[in-house]
Design a protein around this ligand. Structure first.
Ligand code: ZN
Length: 228
């Protein structure tokens, strides 16, 4: 029924792939199967290497995984761009469901109590009105039956943009930038922190630090993609 409705809708109002702009088939969403198939996935060795590089030293993040590798000007970047800047927050739920399917095994091993999205990165995005990581977290949670926590991580102050900074500068820039609202549901719990893209890991580590300070038992990091 729904497929037939989509077919009818596609006939009058064709939907286009966010990456190659070809017409989407009625059973495709946001991105065509061709473009989707070209998105890189990290293997276990790469994931272990990324964990060692980003998280092993400060012992905040107990486990980490990511579904994809972000490449410049490729399909996944177009998809995430559309999620962030075209008010297309449903792409977040869609990506969250895919992450849940691809990373199901390791996420279930973590046996987490709650999911918490990482807050928005910059003031400008806050003005835009929604946090893309919240929708990604919703997609993951609904697929794997893990609740979103009532506790919220908030930014105490707005940090300057991270892009031009070195790893050390990024850590300094983000240090103590967060606080936790409604801390009760964190105590003694295992929490998965969700972000769209993890680059240095500095932001998600700072968020993890707040959770551990407030008594969380363990913190895991999960993202749609890793980027260099
Ligand atoms: Zn395409």
């Amino acid at each position: 029924m729904l497929n037939r409705f989509n077919q009818l809708l596609d006939f009058f109002l064709p939907r286009l792939c966010v990456s190659c702009f070809s017409r989407l088939d009625y059973n495709e969403n946001y991105i065509c199967n061709n473009c989707f198939g070209e998105i890189n996935k990290p293997d276990l060795i790469r994931l272990q290497h990324e964990y060692n590089r980003k998280f092993a030293d400060d012992k905040i993040i107990s486990g980490f995984t990511s579904a994809f590798v972000l490449e410049k000007d490729k399909a996944l970047q177009h998809l995430i761009h559309s999620l962030k800047y075209n008010e297309n927050f449903r792409i977040g739920i869609y990506l969250g469901k895919i992450v849940a399917q691809l990373c199901r095994e390791i996420i279930m091993e973590w046996n987490a109590d709650y999911i918490i999205p990482v807050p928005l990165h910059h003031l400008k995005k806050a003005e835009r009105g929604y946090n893309q990581s919240f929708y990604i977290a919703k997609g993951i949670g609904s697929t794997l039956n893990i609740k979103l926590s009532h506790s919220k991580i908030k930014r105490k102050r707005y940090t300057s943009t991270q892009t031009a900074l070195s790893l050390v500068e990024r850590r300094d820039n983000i240090k103590d930038a967060f606080e936790l609202k409604n801390t009760r549901s964190v105590h003694g719990k295992k929490i998965i922190l969700v972000d769209d893209v993890i680059t240095t890991g500095a932001t998600i580590s700072e968020c993890g630090k707040i959770l551990l300070t407030e008594g969380a038992a363990k913190v895991f990091a999960l993202s749609v993609a890793i980027a260099d």
